[in-house]
Design a protein around this ligand. Structure first.
Ligand code: SF4
Ligand code: SF4
Length: 283
């Protein structure tokens, strides 16, 4: 089963909770952890890898115009919906950062003077530690192609029965790339009006895609009850509530520090694991 951990905004603790949960369930089975927060991945920083493979580049095919033979007819520029081509006195200029690599311009060129060249948009790195295989995507500096990088990352991820995906924050295209590939989403929210406003946007995404989802309230001992009230009003399951701990926030070693606060009587990760088992039975 593929489960994404998502949030309407950054800073909710989504990555920490995804990692802590992966660590928790990896005690008795193999788990894949995918860091799809490609603009600022950080799971590798907290992962004690026994082996790390060399990073592999991810590229998109970007058009190259042979301006020596281009007739300047403008058909390719007219076709491109993304303004990635510009016609000028010397011929056609390509703006790789705007190109979506659809291949359409080369198809409409009447004299076949458009070829393609790989343009690097980022890389993936695979690491292993006991029962967890971690794969991280990292966007190249200056690249805006988060969505195709995430799609490629998901293809390269090791196949395990359980896959945890640390999604990019927000509810834009990069989240959609993840949401379209998973069976269920754990929404991590903080109990503040701002946290609620952002939660509402990702709830809309889950409902639109008819995904299984529930909410984890992080830092539940802070803020107010607005997220709880919202979930109760809309019949959204609260999967777990996790308090804020000063030592976790200050140590920057979230796995061991956060888990050290949980005990067998009250373990939010256990509640989350039970909810995931229920989802697995439904899928
Ligand atoms: S490949 Fe598609 S997006 Fe890129 S320049 Fe050509 S038409 Fe535009
Ligand atoms: S369609 Fe081909 S010939 Fe026409 S402007 Fe574009 S590259 Fe040049």
């Amino acid at each position: 089963m593929k489960i994404a951990f998502a949030s309407g905004k950054g800073g909710t603790g989504k990555s920490t909770i995804a990692r802590t949960f992966a660590n928790y369930i990896a005690k008795d089975k193999h788990v894949s952890l995918i860091d799809a927060d490609v603009e600022e991945p950080n799971q590798l920083l907290f992962f004690k890898a026994s082996t790390t493979e060399a990073s592999k580049p991810v590229s998109l095919p970007i058009p190259v115009i042979d301006n020596d033979i281009c007739s300047k007819c403008g058909a390719c520029v007219k076709f491109c919906n993304y303004n990635a081509l510009s016609l000028n006195k010397k011929g056609v200029t390509v703006f790789p950062e705007l190109c979506h690599a659809c291949g359409g311009c080369s198809m409409v060129c009447p004299i076949n003077c458009i070829s393609e060249t790989p343009h690097e948009i980022g890389e993936t790195t695979l690491a292993h530690n006991k029962n967890i295989s971690l794969i991280q995507g990292k966007l190249a500096i200056g690249s805006s192609h988060a969505t195709p990088l995430i799609e490629e990352l998901l293809k390269r991820a090791p196949q395990n029965k359980t896959t945890i995906i640390d999604s990019p924050p927000g509810s834009a295209c990069s989240l959609m790339a993840v949401a379209n590939a998973v069976d269920a989403i754990v929404l991590v929210a903080e109990p503040t009006p701002f946290g609620l406003a952002n939660l509402e946007t990702v709830v809309d995404v889950c409902e639109e895609l008819e995904l299984l989802f529930g909410v984890v309230i992080n830092r539940c001992n802070m803020g107010n009850t607005c997220v709880l009230d919202f979930c109760q009003k809309h019949d959204i399951e609260i999967l777990a509530e996790i308090p804020w701990y000063y030592d976790v926030a200050s140590s920057c070693q979230p796995i061991s520090q956060l888990e050290s606060h949980f005990n067998t009587q009250n373990n939010p990760m256990q509640k989350l694991a039970e909810a995931v088992s229920k989802w697995e039975a439904e899928c």
